[in-house]
Design a protein around this ligand. Structure first.
Ligand SMILES: O=C(O)c1ccccc1N[C@@H]1O[C@H](COP(=O)(O)O)[C@@H](O)[C@H]1O
Length: 199
C-alpha cells in the first residue's frame, strides 16, 4: 500500500495483513505516514536485504506487527533480527520458487521464522506478477504454515480454493500487483470480490 485514502478503503475490508514496501527501488515504495487502521490488521513491512537496524527503526516508527524479508536474508540475519525485535513481531521469510526449488533450505529457518512465504522467482525480488507452478508445493516437507504469493489475481481464485482444500498448511493468500490500478494503488472492486467470498 502506498496511498493514504486507498489504505483506509482497503483497511475497511479488514484484510488480516497489509503490506508496506520499504525497498526504495520498488514502484510501491512507501515513504508516507501510517494511517490509523483497524487493530486486527497486521501492518507488515516488506524489506529486501535491509539492515537489522533499519528494520527495527521502521517497525518502531510505523508500529508494524510483522516483517516480510523478501531478499537473501541469511539464517544468522533472521536470528539476530529476532533478538532485536519486540516479542510478538512476526517474521515472515520469503523464498523465491522455481520448478527446481530445493525445500531442504527451509529447515534451518523453521525455528526463527513465524511463517514462510512462497513467491515466484523472477527478475525483481518481488512484485513480478507471475505465478509459479504450485505443483512443486507437493514436495513441501514441513508443517510450518506459509503464505502463498506471486501473481495471484481473480483468475487464480479457483486454483487458490483448490490448494486450500489440500493437506498443505496454506496460512494466507498474499495478493499484490494483480489487484492494482497502478503500482501501489489497490483496486477496491477487485478486492471486494475476494473479501466477500471469504466471509
Ligand atoms: O511489490 C513490490 O514492488 C515488491 C518489491 C520488493 C519485494 C517485494 C515486493 N512485493 C511482494 O511480492 C509478492 C508478490 O507480488 P505479486 O503478486 O507477484 O505482484 C508479494 O508478497 C508482495 O508483497
Amino acid at each position: 500500500m502506498k496511498y493514504l485514502d486507498n489504505m483506509l478503503e482497503v483497511g475497511a475490508l479488514l484484510p488480516d495483513y497489509m503490506g508496506f514496501i520499504f525497498w526504495e527501488k520498488s514502484s510501491r515504495y512507501f515513504d508516507g505516514v501510517m494511517p490509523d487502521l483497524p487493530n486486527s490488521i497486521k501492518k507488515t513491512g516488506v524489506f529486501v536485504n535491509e539492515t537489522v537496524e533499519n528494520i527495527v527503526k521502521k517497525v518502531q516508527t510505523h508500529d508494524l506487527q510483522a516483517v516480510q524479508l523478501h531478499g537473501h536474508e541469511s539464517l544468522e540475519f533472521c536470528v539476530n533480527l529476532k533478538t532485536q525485535l519486540a516479542a510478538g513481531i512476526e517474521i515472515i521469510k520469503v523464498f523465491s520458487v522455481a520448478d527446481d526449488f530445493d525445500f531442504s533450505v527451509l529447515e534451518p529457518f523453521e525455528e526463527v521464522c513465524d511463517y514462510f512465504l512462497f513467491d515466484t522467482k523472477g527478475k525483481l525480488p518481488g512484485g513480478n506478477g507471475t505465478t509459479f507452478d504450485w505443483k512443486v508445493l507437493e514436495k513441501y516437507p514441513s508443517t510450518k504454515p506459509f503464505f502463498l504469493s506471486g501473481g495471484i489475481g481473480l483468475d487464480e481464485m479457483d486454483a487458490v480454493n483448490e490448494i486450500i482444500k489440500t493437506h498443505l498448511p496454506v496460512y494466507a493468500i498474499d495478493v499484490n500487483s494483480k489487484f492494482e490500478i497502478e503500482p501501489g494503488l489497490k483496486n477496491l472492486e477487485a478486492l471486494q470480490c475476494i473479501a466477500i467470498k471469504n466471509k
